[in-house]
Design a protein around this ligand. Structure first.
Ligand SMILES: Nc1ncnc2c1ncn2[C@@H]1O[C@H](COP(=O)(O)OP(=O)(O)OP(=O)(O)O)[C@@H](O)[C@H]1O
Ligand SMILES: O=C(O)c1ccc[n+]([C@@H]2O[C@H](COP(=O)([O-])O)[C@@H](O)[C@H]2O)c1
Length: 204
């Protein structure tokens, strides 16, 4: 039985914090694999202007040298965002019935799920396990205890991780820097930086 973490994001672009958090979680939770799962750009709740192919290619460049990391295009291949994390996790559990599968996310998403903002949120919590990474200003224990959706399933399925550093690099910041003539060079893998320059991405 393999222990697998699924890390969902738009990865627009993937940043060094995505890689560092994935690596930290893999090490601390003894994961055999982290699956990076970029969402579709047809997603309805978040505008993603960068074509799937670019986000996918940058992701491949970023994870190429780490054998714990793989990318999966399941959500990108879906028609629109008819697919939610609930469906995705169901799909991965069915594909890997002998494995121990966890959804990796920041505590900001735990707050959203607890507030009932996710599709089929209660069933999602009921049927899955989660690795939740601390985010600055969010008390994960009280987030769970304040939400009936979360606290009534708090039987060990939430593995709460405080990474030790509140390092913040957002994809938004990197996009803004490219658009405004800034220099985000060391905030993302150098191969991704070069790819963005070569393809003229994130220009105004
Ligand atoms: N510094 C961080 N610490 C812990 N989790 C993080 C951190 N940054 C992002 N995450 C988590 O990674 C996942 C994907 O986040 P996402 O890619 O949307 O962040 P982002 O880089 O801020 O992107 P954008 O700026 O485009 O919204 C989420 O679960 C989020 O909580
Ligand atoms: O299923 C949902 O309702 C849902 C709502 C918001 C976000 N998600 C998932 O959460 C992950 C991170 O999302 P985001 O908004 O931080 O890019 C990504 O895998 C999304 O598909 C899922």
């Amino acid at each position: 039985m393999a222990k697998i973490g699924i890390y969902g994001s738009s990865f627009d672009p993937i940043t060094n914090v995505h890689l560092w958090t994935a690596s930290t979680v893999a090490h601390r939770c003894k994961l055999d694999k982290v699956i990076f799962l970029p969402c579709s750009n047809k997603r309805k709740d978040k505008e993603i202007k960068t074509e799937n192919t670019h986000r996918w290619d940058m992701l491949q460049l970023a994870i190429a040298k780490d054998e714990r990391f793989i990318a999966n295009s399941y959500e990108m291949e879906q028609e629109g965002w008819n697919i939610y994390t609930y469906d995705t996790m169901k799909y991965f559990r069915e594909q890997n019935p002998n494995d121990d599968i966890h959804f990796i996310m920041g505590a900001d998403l735990l707050v959203d799920i607890g507030a009932g903002l996710w599709k089929n949120g209660e069933a999602l919590v009921d049927e899955n396990k989660f690795i939740v990474m601390a985010r600055h200003g969010i008390d994960m224990l009280s987030t769970i205890s304040r939400s009936p959706i979360l606290r009534n399933h708090d039987d060990g399925r939430f593995h709460l991780i405080d990474k030790g550093l509140a390092m913040e690099i957002s994809s938004t910041y990197i996009r803004e820097e490219f658009a405004m003539g800034g220099e985000p060079k060391y905030l993302l893998p150098s191969a991704c930086y070069d790819y963005i320059k070569e393809h003229n991405l994130y220009q105004k």
